[in-house]
Ligand binder design. Structure first.
Ligand SMILES: [Mn+2]
Length: 393
């Protein structure tokens, strides 16, 4: 018999699907949150038949269980831990630990890709094209590589995972991987996924208008309340407001805070760490503790959301050699324009600021961080230009 304890996200469930393909009825699978794994491991060690082979994938155990598992292994127990999180690298000290963050070719790994390699290498599973394709989609989603590659199928696979129950997802995938030569979505799923995509788009559009800005030390954060689609939201808001160093997502019902960044110079695991949380450089989280609640909710509740830049302009556009017009809540106007070949300058209410900028982005970032200004619509831009002409006369 085999037992698999895995994470309850797409990558973790990908491992469960592989286990069922390899071992059929010979494996029992339990999916866990980060916090529930240790209880399951203890239960296994206390109650399970010693002949049962234990796999742990996409998660790692606490120090006590680390010792217990080593003793279990030394005593002839069979256990294999496979993970790809940096924080689990020390498990490589054990014969039963295999943690790889990046493979020999520099490709980021996922638990599903490591488990597939393991099963094939140990001849517990025959390699197949459709399974390899499924594994690659899971890997690209989990490492967020799908974004760079614009691999919509990877994102859609994760969306499908959240639309149905884990049991249904497992069953669908196992049937498909056993019977088809290539991985694909069926017609019903395609329809469902199109609807879901539209829904996420509308959700993000609304959240874009609810984001407010907070200066936190030397960094600037954008804060938003949201219960769902945290990854998509963090990514889209980050791209929409590149002057913000990171995005804070408050889930009041779940009493959780998520941190996301699209910037390479920011490590949000450090930000979460200040509130007792942790995670990756680009995505992290913490509990909504009293401190976090004070900082992100109470201290900021009076703030007004950022205004969005006008989207459908033909004349007042960014990077324009004629200049771009911004406004803030105090009705001050800001005009960004190229001053010579290299510099960009800003006029605040027709008065030039002393400092210059080396790029349009730098000038705009300065404006947005310090004045929360937004790009105005074409009609306001035309009025502004007419006033300029009048004042010259
Ligand atoms: Mn994973």
């Amino acid at each position: 018999m085999y037992k698999l304890l895995s994470h309850n996200d797409l990558d973790g469930v990908g491992c469960g699907i592989l286990a069922k393909l390899a071992f059929g009825k010979q494996v029992r699978v339990r999916y866990n949150s980060v916090s529930s794994l240790d209880r399951e491991v203890e239960w296994f060690l206390e109650n399970e038949d010693k002949e049962t082979f234990l796999f742990i994938t996409d998660l790692s155990v606490n120090e006590e269980n680390e010792k217990r598992l080593e003793a279990f292994y030394e005593d002839g127990g069979k256990v294999q831990l496979l993970d790809h999180h940096k924080t689990a690298l020390h498990f490589n000290e054990y014969e039963w630990g295999h943690v790889v963050v990046e493979d020999d070719e520099g490709k980021l790994t996922s638990a599903t890709s490591l488990f597939y390699e393991y099963l094939v290498a140990h001849q517990l599973m025959k390699p197949s094209e459709s399974v390899a394709e499924f594994v690659e989609l899971v890997r690209q989603y989990d490492t967020w590589e799908w974004e760079k590659n614009n691999n919509q199928s990877a994102q859609r696979l994760n969306a499908l995972f959240f639309l149905i129950t884990i049991d249904e997802f497992e069953e669908k995938m196992i049937d498909r991987l056993l019977s088809d030569d290539h991985f694909h979505f069926d017609e019903f799923e395609k329809k469902l996924l199109d609807m879901e995509e539209n829904k996420i788009e509308r959700y993000i559009r609304r959240k874009r208008r609810e984001l407010f800005q907070l200066k936190a030390g030397d960094l600037f954060a954008g804060i938003v309340y949201a219960e769902s689609y945290h990854s998509e939201l963090g990514n889209e808001l980050g791209k929409e407001y590149p002057h913000l160093d990171y995005i804070v997502i408050l889930n009041i019902g779940g009493k959780r805070v998520g941190f996301r960044t699209i910037h390479d110079h920011i490590d949000v695991s450090g930000v979460a760490g200040q509130f007792g949380g942790g995670g990756h450089a680009k995505a992290s989280g913490c509990s909504l503790t009293k401190d976090a609640f004070q900082r992100f909710v109470l201290d900021t509740f009076h703030l007004e959301p950022l205004r969005e830049d006008a989207r459908r302009n033909r004349y007042n556009v960014k990077h324009s050699s004629f200049g771009s017009l911004y406004k803030n809540r105090m009705e001050e106007s800001f005009f960004i324009y190229p001053e010579n070949d290299e510099d960009w300058a800003i006029q605040q209410n027709n008065k030039k600021l002393e400092r210059n900028f080396t790029s349009f982005e730098e000038a705009e970032c300065f404006l947005k961080r310090n004045y929360e200004a937004w790009l105005v619509r074409d009609d306001a831009f035309v009025n502004f230009l007419m006033e300029q002409i009048r004042s010259i006369k």
